[in-house]
Design a protein around this ligand. Sequence first.
Ligand SMILES: Cc1ncc(COP(=O)(O)O)c(C=O)c1O
Length: 435
Amino acid sequence: MVAPPAHLPSPAPALGNDEVLRIRNDFPILNRPVNGQPLVYLDSGATSQNPTSVLEAEQEFYEQRNAAVHRGAHHLAVEATDVFEDARETVAAFIGAGVDELIWTSNATEGLNLLSYSFLNASLPGAPAEAARFALGAGDRIVVTEMEHHANLIPWQQLAARTGATLDYIPVDDSGALDLEAAARLIGPRTRVLAFTHASNVLGTINPVNDLVALGRAVGALVVLDACQSAPHLELDVKALDVDFAVFSGHKMLGPTGIGGLYGRSELLNAMPPFLTGGSMITTVTMDRAGFLPSPQRFEAGTQRISQAVALAAAANYLTETGLARIHAWEATLGQRLVEGLEAIPGIRVLGPAAGRERIGLAAFDVAGVHAHDVGQFLDSRGIAVRVGHHCAQPLHRRLGLTASTRASTYLYNTTDDVDAFLDAVAGVRPYFNA
Ligand SMILES: Cc1ncc(COP(=O)(O)O)c(C=O)c1O
């Protein structure tokens, strides 16, 4: 069986350095040196590291149960199906969804494309009557925000271009928050889809989901939440948030790459046209037509990511056992330490909420006179891993007057020493480059 986390859960309201040091023992990669220095991993916003329990869950699947799910009559296929569906139950519960409301995808990007392609299919001539509520056409509007990751922008651009709908965006104000007055003006009776991120992968802003959902609900729009930067870090309850759909990626929440999830309210999923078609998602097939299974199989054509789902469930269990509220509280502390430290360094401009204001545990910043790629290399030479570039948010960077920034992002395995080592190194960037 898969080993539980080596650290013992503690009742303290937030993690602390001592507990984080025990947590780090569960993550083998954190012990390797980089460029002759201890690794300081501050790129979990891009992809997180895996605890031993996740690595073992995937390996155990291949060593003990590897078989295709759902169709096999043999013992291994039955066991594989059981662990695959158990994994769905675990991850669905992790986000507060019903078990038939969680569709496995490759990642959040695929989940968002699934929605936009399904709505496109609903807009085509000959689409089934029950799909009419998802059909878009000229005059309809899709609303996103200016802080979206490209994954939650381009699929909607494409849907708008193909259906004749219009894409609007809620602007970001100078403090890094969404302009809610503009949102109230933009979201109107023709708004059919409202898609926004729970937390910004650049600004760290946590958006007011309840306010936005209320605006969407008032006009009958379908509300889509990008939970990529929230599901790994805070207690997520999609039912309590009252969104229609939500997406997340496993690799950002201690799981493997190649797996993510799409939550959808079951009555919606069962009325939506499929995105991908083929094996495993059908009822009866003739040479000229096919009937489709209900959700989730309706959206899971072909052989699935079975070992990845099993490993993602192990990741969800690890996070639940550690306590999402405690992780969130610790990362909020690290986030504030990052921002306060960065703001104190001459020539650094922190993007997003100022020190003291709520943010997730990441901070992106600009270094006057030094390109982000140079900053990243300088930090890497000291064993510090950060992200540089536009972070798949070009419109947001344009709004901020930048083409690129550097981002440090924390997770449950980062200590205050990690943050301090990073801040020390950042303080050396401008002198080093004579900026
Ligand atoms: C807010 C947000 N949305 C979507 C994505 C896309 O995630 P993936 O590349 O795993 O599909 C990311 C990844 O950085 C993200 O931060």
